[in-house]
Structure formats: C-alpha cells, structure tokens
Design a protein around this ligand. Sequence first.
Ligand code: 1CP
Length: 376
Amino acid sequence: MDMATSAQDGNSDLPDVFPTLKNDTFLRAARGEATSYVPVWCMRQAGRYLPEFRMKRAGQDFFETCRNPVACCELTLQPLRRFALDAAIIFSDILVVPQALGMDAEMIPGKGPTFKQPLEEPSHLQRLLLPHAARSALFYVHDALRLTRHQLDGLVPLIGFAGAPWTLMCYMVEGGGSTTMSRAKRWLYQHPEESHYLLKILTDTIVGYLVDQVSAGAQALQLFESHAGCLGPDLFMEFALPCLEDVARRVQSGLKQAGLPAVPMIVFAKDGHFALQELSRAGYDVVGVDWTVRPELARELTGRKVTLQGNLDPCALYAPKEALEKKVNKMVREFGTQRYIANLGHGIYPDAPPEGLGTFVDAVHAISRSLNACTN
Ligand code: 1CP
C-alpha cells in the first residue's frame, strides 16, 4: 500500500478489537429478543436531505466518494449526530458490485448512476470478471466498514448491505434506472439460461462480499431487492427468490467457516408484497415491508416467525408534526412493539425535511416505550 492510499483509507493504525456495543436494541429486535422500546433507523439515512451531506459531497464524484473510506465514514456518522437512530448503515452503493465485476459506471447529474456499456446481449457476459476478482476489488468498502465501526465507538450497530442479484442485473442490463425494467425482463423471457448464469455470478460475488463485510465489522446485513415489484409472483419465484435464499444460506455458512459470528440478515423486497410469505421462509431474520402493505397483513403472511421492518410512507415526513406523530402511533400499534424495527417503507427522499425524520424517530421511541409500560 502506498502512502497516499494508507493516509486516505484511515485504517493504518486501527486495533483488531472493536469497541463494546452500548445500544443493542436493533440487534435484539432483529434476533427476535424482547426490547424495552422499538428500535428505528432509516433507509438512505446518509443522504441528500441533510445539508451537511450535500456540503460534503459537493464537487466530489459519487463513486470516488464511495472509494474513499474516510468520506464514507463521515457520511455514515452524519445522521447519528442529529437523530437518536438505533443503527448506522455504511455509506456506499449497491452498484459497486457490478463495477467490481468490470462494468464502468458514472453518476450523470439529473439522470442518476449509468453504466457506459450495459449488457445488451448474452455474448456481453464474457466481459465480466470472475467473482473472486470482484471480491478483492471491493476492499475499499471493507476499509470503510472497519474505520466506521471504530469511529462509532459502540454507539449503535453498523449495518452492511448489498443489492440482491435480480436488482443488480436490472442495472447491468438497463444501464441505469428504468420504470419498467423491460430490457432486463426481456432477458428473463428470451435468455432464461443466460439470465440464471448472470444471477449465479452475482450471487457468488455477493456471498463473498457480505462475509468480508462482517469480517470488517458489519453487525447486520441487508439485501436490497429494490426491483421486486416489476417481476410479479411467477418471475420473482423463478429468478429472484432462489438467489435470495442462496445468499442467506451461504453467507451464514461462510461466516461459520471463517470463524465469524452469525449476524442478523434483513431482506427488503420493494413492492414484493406478493412474496411476503416466501420471504419469511427464505432464511432471513428480518423482512422489510414497504408502505403499501398493512402491518396486520404482513404479520399474518409472515406468521410471526420473523421480525418485520418498515413501513412508513417516506412522504409522511412532509406532514405537520402532529399528523406525523399520529401516523407513527398507528403504525407502531399495528405492528406491535416486539419483533419490530421501525423504518420508512423505502429510502428517504432528497427533499424530505430533516426535522420530519427527527419527529419520526422520537415518536417511535416514545410511543413504543409507553405501550410497553402499559403491558408490563
Ligand atoms: O450524489 C449522491 O449523493 C447521489 C445519491 C445517492 C446516495 C446518497 C446514490 C445514487 N446512492 C446513495 C447511497 C446509498 N445507496 C446508500 C447509502 C447508505 C444509506 O444511508 O442508506 C444505500 C443503502 C444505497 C442503496 C441503493 N443504491 C439502492 C437500494 C435502495 C433503494 O433506494 O431502493 C439502489 C436502487 C441504488 C442505486 C442508486 N444509487 C444512487 C441512485 C440515485 C440510485 C437509484 C437509481 C435509479 O434506479 O434510478
């Protein structure tokens, strides 16, 4: 490692042992243990809705920022300085995995992340690197995790994450965001075998990547299946669910093999309400739900075998304080205060008022504490 890299990664003098965890409420809820209040965090909590985030990111290339562990650590910690969140999520992006497989991505202002050469046809699969090469290319995420875990000083647990195979395939084939994902879905109908092959490469890469994240300090892992909705039940069961099952099983066995502790795993399939029952049996401790699902129905479908996470409409943060508190009260009562992690039903929007997130977090804590006090 040269001097410049070692100074930038901030990892050169870190001790091997991590600081003791002071708040384990999120981990307890994830494992299905009793908690005195409902823990809460927010998807995309390190994000553009915070002025200090926009300041830090100004003039910096997005993927350069992702490769700078000191910057990732700072961005991860920013929301924790403002709000009483019960978990941190490492600042990174799901698209670092396709990048590590050899696909060049850039952030185009007003358009979002874009791959220069998407996979237009199956012969393009030859361009991809092998999973073990991708695994070692992602060292910078692990450096960021290690540094952040130390800097957190045990305040709250640190969540690592990855995009689920199908969601990553969407971006690799589409080249960027899309409302229909019709190019990626065309592969499923026209090239099912090659689609399975691509999903296998992604699954293999993600398994190693997540095991390495735990080794670097991640205390829980979340899989983002952001594009579950466009598949519908049949395609989801054929192309997405088996990969999610494989990731859960192989990560836990990989951790065991590496002598690492088991960590809670969360699956969040956006608009995947049709698969909630199957997801609750897919090997995850926590199933995330978006705001289109009633809490009672989510509980019914998941059979109380898993912890649920979610599901406040991100737009509820625009509501006046009292209306927002009322909505949070209803949500916490409907999910119940046990086996529950409060969150939004998707990532926070860039124009959300930061004080709305503060109201949300404080309301979850206050309401769940008072509900627990009534039942004890
Ligand atoms: O310059 C910027 O800051 C760009 C905005 C941004 C941010 C803040 C992007 C571009 N990615 C991120 C960080 C990010 N991405 C995190 C950080 C940790 C956190 O605080 O939660 C996480 C967990 C992600 C995950 C991610 N990236 C997802 C899954 C979650 C979801 O929203 O469904 C997806 C789909 C992406 C791809 C992506 N990266 C960025 C954008 C704008 C997108 C969506 C592109 C699209 O579909 O149009």
